[in-house]
Write a protein that binds this ligand. Structure first.
Ligand code: AMP
Ligand code: MG
Length: 413
């Protein structure tokens, strides 16, 4: 008897998944290890930037008022009384018609009201002293970066939930976060199932294929910032699969299987879920590919029964595993970003399920257009190489015409 599985809409399936997710505990890591992780604390400026008034140019600290009458015909000369590089501080106060040679980033000496850029000045030696000639008025405040002009003290630079990339690394370092609170990375166990599967280094033999899904899934897991743990290939042997899944659930909080998800003679995922007394969120979704995706929880643990068909496995992961893992990772952005795109060609194939077509979107100078890539079949994986979006095609008997606007989900690549 073929068991009846009731399909639910994609959005409903995503909602069910999101309603049960929770964040991982927090850990503190050295700044060097924080890149790519998600902030578990707000990043706060504990001092203003700049923290002191500083020169934005190599040049001379001057009093702008001394240059008010300067012109090409009547240049004025200032006496250079000190010389400071970045990191140094002058103990002099600028007097009338005095200048201090200053480098970018150095704290401006007291009395300074402007920086004269090196390019606009001319220096000369006379009677053992150095002088600088100015032939135009310099505006007050020229090239001075004021304390706090970039960031005020107490400002929140990034809120928790933000993924740490180059900009956040810079700010964490600026404010002395030698240790950073981040969410612990989930470890995601992966099994490939199927007696037809060969390891990558095996030569092809009749009826067999290489296990590609587990490598694809590991890449997807890693791209989110989680840690994949590949457990190998399982043959279509119910007892063995059940035992391995049960044992592995002791070790990891998230476990994925690919294959055995359908209603064929050796598709054991449903039986395993039942035997484990799993709480099944859904086991069929009205979408193509990936309609036979099953997501369940066993206590605190998550079990994803992804399709064996490569494209279906990929899409099932992006739609349903992504929000779960992203939440665990502490991230605020749970789903792939969406936008509209204009169809570059007709889409004939009507379907009663929503289709997620592997497609390529590009900007043609006035709008974002999208075209499908490769064969739109769930078993076809090669299209994933060129695809940068999933084109969402709602059910429609007539299909769609070139020029119509549809939603796309932008793949993380
Ligand atoms: P299944 O869900 O087990 O019925 O598998 C559906 C299709 O996906 C079959 O054609 C399988 O051979 C193929 N398949 C299953 N697992 C993998 C895998 N790990 N890598 C590549 N193809 C697979
Ligand atoms: Mg199989």
């Amino acid at each position: 008897m073929v068991e009846q599985r009731i399909p639910i809409p994609v959005e409903e399936a995503i909602t069910r998944v999101k309603n049960r997710t929770k964040r991982n505990p927090i850990e503190s890591v050295p700044l060097e290890m924080a890149d790519g992780r998600v902030l578990a604390e707000d990043l706060i400026a504990d001092h203003p930037i700049p923290s002191f008034d500083r020169s934005a140019f190599d040049g001379f600290a001057i009093r702008a008022e001394d240059t008010a009458q300067a012109s090409f015909e009547n240049p004025i000369t200032l006496k250079v009384v000190d010389d400071i590089g970045a990191g140094a501080v002058s103990d002099k106060t600028l007097g009338e018609k005095e200048a201090i040679r200053i480098m970018t980033g150095a704290q401006i000496p007291s009395g300074t009201t402007a920086i004269l850029a090196l390019e606009l000045s001319e220096t000369f030696e006379n009677t053992g002293e150095t002088w600088v000639r100015v032939n135009r008025p310099v505006a007050r405040n020229s090239h001075i970066s004021r304390q706090g002009e970039d960031t005020d003290q107490g400002e929140i630079i990034a809120r928790k939930g933000r993924r740490i990339t180059a900009g956040e690394m810079s700010m964490l370092a600026t404010f002395g976060y030698a240790q950073v609170n981040v969410y612990r990375q989930p470890v995601v166990g992966i099994y490939a199932t199927g007696t037809e599967l060969l390891p990558v280094d095996a030569p092809l033999t009749p009826g067999k294929i290489r296990n590609s899904n587990s490598y694809m899934l590991q890449s997807q897991v890693r791209a989110l910032g989680a840690i994949p743990k590949y457990y190998g290939i399982l043959p279509d042997d119910y007892d063995l699969c059940l035992q391995k899944v049960r044992d592995t659930l002791e070790e990891v909080d998230f476990l994925m299987t690919t294959g055995g998800a359908s209603v064929g003679d050796f598709d054991y995922v449903q039986d395993i879920m039942r035997e484990l007394d799993a709480h099944v969120l859904f086991n069929k979704v009205s979408m193509r590919p990936g309609s036979v995706t099953t997501v369940s929880t066993v206590g605190d643990k998550w079990l994803f029964g992804l399709s064996g068909n490569p494209a279906a496995c990929y899409v099932g992961f992006e739609l349903f595993a992504r929000p779960v893992l992203k939440t665990a990772l502490g991230s605020e952005e749970l789903e792939l970003p969406r936008s509209k795109a204009v169809l570059a060609h007709d889409l004939k194939k009507p379907n009663r399920f929503t289709r997620f077509v592997r497609a390529k979107a590009s900007y043609n100078g006035s709008q974002v257009t999208v075209q499908s890539v490769g064969l739109d079949k769930s078993g076809v994986a090669s299209a994933l190489v060129e695809a940068n979006v999933l084109l969402i095609v709602p059910p429609n008997q007539e299909g769609y015409k070139a020029g119509e606007e549809l939603d796309v989900m932008w793949l993380d690549r």
